[in-house]
Design a protein around this ligand. Structure first.
Ligand SMILES: *Cc1c(COP(=O)(O)O)cnc(C)c1O
Length: 423
């Protein structure tokens, strides 16, 4: 217990009064990074009924459960088309392929000698951020295009429209793929302008941002095509792998649906080389239930984020840079952040994390190594130092526990543990 209520005598009288006091010697309670069992306890009956209904129907692939979820998800994202996919990664690949970016839907792509588009100067390029999950870049390669990186905005950690614009001066591209990292939309106003000016496609990696908005428009409705992930740790989470593609364009939607199911429009007649990227009916049925709770969950995440901000500020731990203290997350007022993650920049980050781990307080680093420094992407030809903002972020960021069922006393414990570390 962090702030123990202790009884202390007052000078005013002999009555014992209760006051709040921080006792540095108390043991810190463990705080897990994530505990979805709390949510599950609340929705268990509903979820099990939905799973049972799918089992009773014996329709496990696509079918009515998927169509019903797709309709609800499209409505939530403010788009006419939503296509359930097997994962966020497949949704990203499908978005690119559906927009005719890369060579993945051509049979020649099956030739292994064509699997390294990096050496081929005619390969289409997609500009994206070096500070994201690996799938952001691998889906571009998988589509048969080349990822090229531009540095991030150090305030939001998102792809910077300025570095993107600079890169476009020298590197023609077929698309831009900003990531709404940690649940905050990238500057989609600026990216839309760039996309129009340079006549290229805009794809959102919205894997972490279900329910986020930019200037009132939901993530998923801010581009030519968007990809969501419902990986079990995401803010809208399945009970396994699942994802979603959203678009406002009927042809893109048709093409994504076709490529999702082996390039078939008519069963066993294949128009192109697609893939199996379908969502399971059971996942769709579970997601449909969870979808009803996602807005309230996002709202609670924002409240918890505000509480962290308040507590860190009250404890005098914060500063504008890591030379001065903890740097709190920056929220762009043009968007609504869903705090898929609450990420601080921390002085002596690795030592702090080791201290918290030693006290059973969960944290994560998203992400410790930027994409341009990943071994698997060495043939893209980048060097350390190429993206200083991304590299600095990788060295400083620390994600703290945040999810709708995180208790306030747990949040206080996290803050208290961090206070003790820096004391
Ligand atoms: C989770 C995630 C993905 C991949 O989603 P999966 O469902 O795990 O395939 C892609 N991009 C980002 C930014 C993610 O966080």
């Amino acid at each position: 217990m962090v702030q123990a209520r202790v009884k202390a005598p007052t000078r005013e009288g002999n009555k014992m009064v209760s006051m709040l006091q921080t006792d540095t010697n108390t043991t810190l309670q463990p705080v897990p990074m994530l505990d979805f069992s709390r949510e599950y306890a609340e929705i268990r009956e509903e979820v099990l009924a939905a799973i049972t209904a799918v089992c009773d129907s014996q329709r496990f692939i696509l079918g009515p459960a998927v169509e019903s979820f797709e309709t609800a998800a499209a409505h939530a994202c403010g788009v006419p088309y939503a296509i359930g996919c097997s994962s966020g990664t497949d949704a990203l690949w499908l978005a690119l392929a559906a927009l005719h970016i890369g060579s993945s839907s051509l049979p020649s792509h099956l030739n292994p000698s064509n699997l390294s588009p990096v050496q081929n100067p005619s390969t289409q390029a997609v500009i994206t951020t070096p500070f994201s999950f690996f799938a952001t870049a691998s889906s571009i390669l998988r589509a048969g295009a080349q990822p090229i990186f531009a540095d991030i905005d150090p305030n939001t950690f998102n792809l910077s429209p300025h570095t993107t614009a600079e890169l476009l001066q020298s590197h023609p591209a077929a698309g831009i793929m900003p990531v709404h990292l940690y649940g905050q939309c990238a500057d989609m106003t600026a990216f839309k302008t760039l996309a129009i000016t340079h006549n290229l496609k805009l794809i959102e990696d919205a894997a972490q941002a279900f329910g986020a908005t930019w200037q009132g428009v939901p993530a998923g409705a801010l581009s030519d095509a968007a990809a969501f992930s419902f990986y079990p740790t995401k803010n809208l989470a399945a009970f396994g792998d699942a994802g979603l593609l959203t678009t406002q364009n009927p042809e893109t939607a048709d093409r994504a649906r076709m490529l999702r199911a082996h390039g078939m429009k008519v069963r066993y007649f294949h128009e192109e080389v697609g893939w199996n990227a379908r969502i399971d009916s059971i996942q769709a049925a579970i997601l449909q239930i969870k979808l009803r709770h996602v807005d309230a969950g996002n709202q609670r995440r924002r409240e918890l984020a505000a509480l962290y901000d308040q507590r860190f500020t009250a404890a005098n731990l914060t500063g504008p840079t890591t030379a001065d203290g903890i740097v709190l997350p920056y929220t762009d007022p043009r968007g609504t952040h869903v705090f898929h993650q609450y990420v601080i920049r921390a002085p002596r980050r690795d030592e702090l994390r080791a201290y918290l781990t030693a006290h059973s307080i969960g944290t994560e680093i998203y992400y410790p190594l930027p994409l341009h420094q990943q071994k698997a992407l060495a043939n893209l030809g980048y060097n350390p130092g190429d993206f200083p903002h991304a590299e600095r972020a990788a060295a400083e960021v620390l994600a703290l526990p945040i999810y709708p069922h995180l208790r306030e006393d747990e949040l206080d414990t996290v803050v208290e543990a961090i206070r003790r570390f820096y004391a």
